[in-house]
Design a protein around this ligand. Sequence first.
Ligand code: ADP
Ligand code: NA
Length: 328
Amino acid sequence: QYPRRIFSGIQPTGAIHIGNYLGAIKEWIRYQETNEDLLLSIVDMHAITIPQTASILRENIYNMAATLIACGIDPDKCILFQQSAVPMHAQLAWIFGCMTTMPKLNQFPQFKEKSEKMKDALLGIFAYPVLQTADILLYKATHVPVGEDQIQHLHYTQHIVQYFNGKYGETFPMPEPVISELTGRIKSLREPTKKMSKSSEYKKSCIFLIDSPDIIRNYVMKAVTDFTSAVTWDPETRPGVSNLIAIHSLMTDKSPEVICKEANGLNTAQYKALVADVIIEKLTPIREEYSRLIDDPNYLNDVLHKGSTKASLLAHECLTEIYEKIGF
Ligand code: ADP
Ligand code: NA
């Protein structure tokens, strides 16, 4: 009985690479183009669960907005907004925090992973899934794109829905995960058995959306492959060349089979040159649009302002209902 609505968040924590683009942003554009009701939040409140420098965080928020729009996110077709501009996320998170026990939150492996690197764990990291739950439920979202590593967090959200609806009557839809098979699918160019990630210790393992054609060509030509020269699709035993085929395939919407057929007769070096051209061709308009947008902070401000106004209207409606139900 709830209208279908998709919520997704992305942290403004630095440059976007082609793994993020192919694994997440491209999916969002697909939802947008099929007229889904889509909310996209630049989740700066999640970003500060890791200590940030103010000027860098602010820059990253603008960079993210510009990147998403340059990739094709249309702020008139979805609600693109900055999380902290809608304070109701924090208000609802507090309420859910008061419905959550510490042992329940203590079970998340991501908390252990992130807090191990610090002397003392931050409350914000501990409560991360609570804020994420508020993000989703504030808009009564029915579908949430998640990677497999995030599925436990969504189960926690489902637990809150069950608890809240049970105690206060039907209020929230039960959000369903939309599991992307592409999460982690794009591998590092240096270590093709690991996912492409900006936290890789190796230079030249990621291609960022705003990398210059020279850098892209250089990194692709140096991508780790094997000693077989033919271009064949075999992710298990030939992860390096298969990763290039996967990137090629997602960039062009051609199947790996078709790509291998077309690349018949090329050796891997020749194929790398071809893949570099494909990537450069795809990213050039994005890079150009990005640099135009980043020089227009007034436009970006305006987009974010309009987005948070739209999000606030929905959030206010939901929070009013919740305040009423819990006795505020
Ligand atoms: P990173 O590992 O570089 O820090 P994030 O964890 O911030 O990337 O991921 C942001 C989004 O991009 C997530 O939705 C994730 O599913 C997607 N993503 C990240 N890396 C990849 C990848 N290598 N292949 C496909 N999708 C990815
Ligand atoms: Na990450």
